[in-house]
Design a protein around this ligand. Structure first.
Ligand code: 5GP
Length: 122
């Protein structure tokens, strides 16, 4: 696995070096609106720790951080009242996954019918 890149855009947001449109924060996670929304609700949730990807996070983060992060996702879903009509979470990972920012993040998309999960890759 590669090394965490300290100057990625989400690390800068976490350090307060660049602004974000914050929607949620607790000890484990920060969430903000995506700058280029793909749905009426498009929130990015990032852990406070330095993890590149969902697998890096799952393997290397302490259990308390993993639990805290996913509780934060659930708290945001509840605050935004997304569960009733449904929503989608995505964690793009690496080259094939189309990950642009190398700090683990979960996209929460909702507010409209989202269509097929992905375009066909075969
Ligand atoms: P990825 O492809 O890595 O899963 O998604 C990265 C997401 O970050 C994209 O949806 C992109 O629009 C969003 N993004 C990139 N730079 C910024 C930024 O500076 N601020 C915010 N709020 N979102 C960003």
């Amino acid at each position: 696995m590669s090394t965490y890149e300290d100057n990625n855009i989400f690390a800068k947001i976490l350090r307060g070096e660049i602004p974000c449109d914050k929607v949620y924060e607790d000890d484990y996670a920060l969430a903000f609106n995506d700058i280029n929304p793909q749905a009426p609700v498009h929130i990015l949730v990032i852990p406070k720790g330095s993890y590149i990807s969902i697998d890096d996070f799952g393997v290397n983060a302490p259990a308390e951080e993993v639990a805290g992060f996913y509780k934060a996702v659930a708290n945001i879903v509840a605050e935004k009242e997304l569960a009733g009509d449904g929503f989608r979470t995505i964690a793009n990972t690496g080259l094939n996954g189309g990950q642009e920012v190398p700090h683990f993040h979960v996209h929460i998309l909702g507010g409209a019918a989202l269509g097929p999960m992905i375009s066909k890759a075969v």
